[in-house]
Structure formats: structure tokens, C-alpha cells
Design a protein around this ligand. Sequence first.
Ligand code: NAD
Length: 498
Amino acid sequence: MRQVDHWIGGQRTQGSPKTMFEVTDPVAGSVIAQVPMASGSDVDAAVGAARSAWEGWREASISSRAAVMFALRELLEEHRLELAEMVSAEHGKVREDALGEMRRGIEVVEFACGVGQLLKGERTDDISTEHDAYTVRQPVGVVAGITPFNFPAMVPMWMYPVAIACGNCFVLKPSEKDPSVAVRIGELFADAGLPDGVFNVLHGDADAVNALCEHPGIDAVSFVGSTPIARHVHRTASMAGKRVQALGGAKNHMIVLPDADIGQAADAAVSAGYGSAGERCMAISVVVAVGAIADDLSGAICDRIDALRIGPGLGAEPVDMGPLVTAEHRDRVLSYIDLGESEGAVVLRDGRELVVDGHPDGYWVGPTLLDEVSTEMKVYEDEIFGPVLCLVRVESFEEAMELIENNQFGNGVALFTRDGGAARRFRREAPVGMVGVNVAIPVPMAYHSFGGWKDSLFGDHHMHGPEGIRFYTRLKAVTEHWPDPADRGVDLGFPTAR
Ligand code: NAD
């Protein structure tokens, strides 16, 4: 059985595990590796390695930090297929999708290559006679990153390239369900010239997460995952005096107005609803059809669902959608389809009985479309995180906007229309962090910042882009007085500009 290691202080190690977690192949439905769940002493070892490394890394010049990022970027490109296939083997997403995940992660490394430009402070000469003032941004110290299963390469890359380029050291606690790619990236970082201990990977469960959140050697915590755990991490780490950003779950709506191009909207709904089997925090999970277009829209969505190819993501035949990540998650998603049906939703396409030839034990759920969904139903309220799209029918744009307003989450939202006035009102009024107009998955580029509102984010900072720089640095304002030798003397008055 393959053993996944921690990556601590530039070394692979098993540490002294509390327990072992079994990593499965979602296509075969079998155990393919074991990963150690860190004990308290493993957490101390990882944090200790990062703290020791910080003494040197905080002093490393901006040019040398940027040089590591440039080298890492080249290595990630060179190994992109290998890394994408590692992701696919443990997560189940199809190869092309995993390659796209890698590309979007590498974009953050490219952003971090420009750290010299990003850390430039502000300066004002002559704020008072012979006085000058300026601001600098300094690293916060050692950062813990805790990440979910659905983007095992990209979501950690929202964090550590920016944190490390800013002069911090990093302890990554990836999801135990698909842990391998993080360790391989640790090796590539070493090949890129990163000193040992600046980037560490520690595998673990809730105990390891709680230990990191309360550890005196950790200065800041970046979390991405489900809303209940995001809330818990935000509270625990904040109480322990750390800087925290904790991104949570989502229920992303896509409103389709009567004037929209139905074909374009249906393409977008199916792509954003079923890509990566719906296991994306920016997946569309609710389509809101406004007015008389609902039947045409549901028909167009069904046509496209019927053409989707489902199968193993690393097979010889190209497919659109793979299995879900674990048997437990598949069962949870299936139970939501049962629940939706019992709540009165009309199951227009049913993924429950999907059979994939040659892979009887895979964690399959076919693309499912629930029509006539209402806001009281659990399938509407809860994040299902699978290939299940809910169709809600409303009469007006106002009614559609009320759904967005009243939703617990505020991660992503989209409007499909040809009406510029409606689009303008939508982008101004939607209480959501990332808004798309005729774009179903409005994930910002690396040089903008990613994050939601409401229960989709706890804390003040979004990830990467300018917000990432702010989160991983502390602002310092310096005031200097270099008097003319002829112009000195005691003055007990409160300093004011003169
Ligand atoms: P999860 O919350 O179960 O796990 C996230 C991390 O927290 C993992 O590293 C896990 O080991 C750890 N964890 C799990 N239970 C814990 C506990 N009780 N105490 C402390 N730590 C715990 O999330 P997941 O199932 O891995 O990922 C899917 C979720 O992540 C979805 O809700 C999805 O919307 C969300 N997500 C959000 C974003 C975003 O940007 N907002 C991005 C990706 C995923």
C-alpha cells in the first residue's frame, strides 16, 4: 500500500501518526494509499520547522524570493500533466479539468513573481519641516493553510505563493481525501531553491486543525472549506489571537431573464452545474428562470445533459464528468435527490441509477435536474456539492433578486440577459462577493481577489490579488526626522505639522 508522507523541514516523513486515513480511487472504489493523521508532536514539528526557517526567510531579499517563484512557476508548468493526473487519481475530476485547476493555480504563482511591485509602500517627503513618512509591509510570520478536497492543488495555491513571496513561512494542512499533490509540490519548491522549512505539508484531521488554530507558533490562518468548519476555524483561531480568513460554502444562483439567449444560458448552466461533478464552490446549483422561458430553458438543459459523457477521468476515451470523491459523499448526494423528490421537486433528469461500464464500484452520480424547486425545500437551502441542479421558476426580476438577497450564502452569482440596465442593477445590488454577467463561474483572475460575502466568508480579507498581499503582511508607518544641524532644540508641545 502506498504511504503518503508529510513534508516537514524539506523532508518526507511519516511522523508519529495518531491514526492512518485511507485514500480511495473514486473510479475503482478501492483504497489506493494511506495518509498519516498528525499527532500533537507532528504539529509541533511542522510549526517548529516553519518558525526556524522564518528567521532566515524574513531576511531574504525580495529579488531572491521572486526568483524562487519564477523557478517554481517553470517547474509547475513542466510537471503540469503529472500533477493534474495525481489530482484526478484521488479526486476523480477529469484530466482536462485537473489541468485547468493547475493553470489557475499557476496564475497565482505568476502573480507572486511580481512581489517587488506588490510590496511597494507609500512615501511622503516633508510631512512637516525636515520630517518624512513612509509605509512598509512586513510578513506576519508563520501561516497555517487548511484546505478542502475539491481543488487539492489550486486552493492551496491561492494562499502559499502570496504568503511565501511576502516573506512568511507556511504549514499547509490539505484535505486527507486527496493529499498527494501537496507533497509533490513541496518537492518542486525545494527544486526551485526554497529553503527547507519555509513550506511544509502536514496531514491531519480535526485535531490537527484545532492544534494549528491554537498553536502559539502560528500567526495567521487561511481556511477554505464548508461553512460550519469555516465558522469554527474563524472563531477558534481568532480567540487565540490570530489573523484569520475563512472561506465557506456556497449555493450559487444563476438568474436567466426572458430576454436572454436560451442556448447560451443552457450551455452555461450545464457547464457550471456539472463540471467537476458539481464539486466546486463556484458551481451553479440553482437556476432561476424568470417568466415564460422556464420550459424552453429546462428543455435546453435536458438536451445538453443527455449529451454528457460520464466515466473515468484518466481513461483513453475523453469524458466530461467523473465520479464523486468518496463513497460517503456519493451517498450524501444521492440522499439529497431522494429528499428533493419526496419534498415535491420534479426529477427531470435522474442520476441515481447511473451505471458506468467496467467500473461498477465507482462513486458515480449522474447529472440530475430537479424542477419546480421551492425555497422551503432542503435541496434548495443546503449546499449539496454534487451534480444536482435545482430549477426555480419565478415571475419577475424582483422576485429573483429577493432569492439572492435572502440566501444564507454569498459566494458567486450570475445573470444571463441582453438588458444592460438589468445587468447594471444586478451587479450593484447583489449581496454577493463574485458576480457574473453572462458568465456563470466568475472566478477572479489571480491579480484580483477571490472571496464571498455572508456565510461564504468569515474574516475581512479575500484571497490572492491585493487582498492576499494585505492579509499576509502587516502595515508599518515610519516617521523620520533628519534635522538640519543648525535647527535643533527642546520642544514639549504635542508634535504637529509645521
Ligand atoms: P470541509 O469543511 O469538510 O474540510 C475542509 C478542511 O477542514 C479539510 O482540510 C478538513 O480536513 C478540515 N476539517 C474537516 N472537518 C473538520 C473539523 N470538524 N474541525 C476542523 N477541521 C476540519 O470541506 P470539504 O468537504 O473538504 O470541501 C468542500 C467544501 O469546501 C464545500 O462546502 C465548498 O463550498 C467549500 N469550498 C469553498 C470554497 C470557497 O472559496 N469559498 C472553495 C472550495 C471549497
